[in-house]
Design a protein around this ligand. Sequence first.
Ligand code: PMV
Length: 348
Amino acid sequence: EYPNEGKVAWKAPSNIALVKYWGKKPNQIPANPSISFTLNACATTTSLAFQKLDKKSDTFSFDLFFEGKPKEDFTPKIITFFERIERYVPFLKGYHFIIETSNSFPHSSGIASSASGMAALALCLLSIEKLANPTLGEDYLKMKASFLARLGSGSACRSIEGDLIQWGAYEPISKSSDLYGIRYPFRVDSVFKNYHDTILLVHKGQKTVSSTVGHDLMHDHPFAQQRFQQAHHNLDKLKEVFEKGNLNEFIKIVESEALTLHAMMMTSLPNFVLMKPNTLEIINRIWAFRKKSKTHVCFTLDAGANVHVLYPESEKKEVFQFIQDELVAFCENGHYICDRIGHGAKQL
Ligand code: PMV
């Protein structure tokens, strides 16, 4: 029996891909498998209040508040999300919802909130399902939350659990799926425990090209097939890298993935460039410092100009000093976020 009214809330983290998802088939099916670190500090908190309608409506209804204020520009995204998931969430049309959401990171910092936001909302909906069906198991709820989140934003399916999440059918992992993310099942060396990600906010404005458009441009892309194969190869190589804690190989794969993602953008038709001069300045300084210091600092990028600086816990002092001395100057207003690998979403 579904309750007449109530309120549920979740905090879901963002994630940063190591092997990138770029290119998709219909229904948010990824063109290649990907793997990501779940983050800790960058997160979205969402509460979902629900009130049963007198009779089942033929459409869903909701009010949306972002950081305490009504937010119209998110409405179309939520409508699209609800339309895609209504067949899997039959109670959606029986309630009026009040969605209140906020991010831990500053608004318009150039950090996308779609992954953490869609993950938090999907988890809230699953909590309502659990209220009506208390015997549903944790594994089912996590898997379905990831499945629903994927329909909101592909990479959101990797924002339910921690620490290392793999999404997309990938032969060596029999239970992997295009439909939801799973925890990476192989051994991971302890050097990756507490791994740091300091996010340098190079450019806080809106991206000139959305990731939806970017994914679409992988259709008919001259290098698409090679790229999708390369992602498989990189996942193959990462298995041993994680098992042995081989940071030098880790760096090669992760940086190549980041630059390849941007190379795909630059070789799309029409082409586009999301890196800024300071993105390249930071990359060059990371390379120079790594050579000089013998640390294992490396970078990755998502679909934007900001740089994620990755390094192990044991090197945090030296690398963080370098970030402050040399890299912060290239951030917009000196802004950056200290994050690290995290353990997944939490119910509040
Ligand atoms: O989830 P989307 O559709 O916003 O795509 C995200 C794509 C990248 O962030 C660039 C890569 C990834 O795997 O997260």
